[in-house]
Design a protein. Structure first.
Length: 79
């Protein structure tokens, strides 16, 4: 039987791996549209996107065009 701490470590690593995989999927396939200037953009780097505050399908990002920092909905790329 495995000790409890090892089960916790394995479970935590598995959860973090799934969460990271989901974020990579979203980062590659979604973009944001600024409500102020209508600019369409992705965060410049993956780590910047990873640490942005989020709430469900919204993420707090900064528009590179007008500088607005606000929660914006992710929009699927391409159509």
């Amino acid at each position: 039987m495995m000790p409890g701490w090892l089960i916790t470590v394995i479970t935590t690593a598995a959860c973090l791996s799934v969460a990271l995989a989901v974020h990579v999927y979203i980062y590659r396939r979604y973009h944001y549209v600024c409500p102020k200037c209508s600019a369409s953009f992705k965060p410049k780097t993956f780590p910047r996107s990873l640490v942005a505050l989020n709430g469900g399908d919204m993420r707090r990002v900064r528009c590179p065009e007008c500088g607005l920092r606000e929660f914006m909905a992710a929009v699927k790329d391409g159509g």
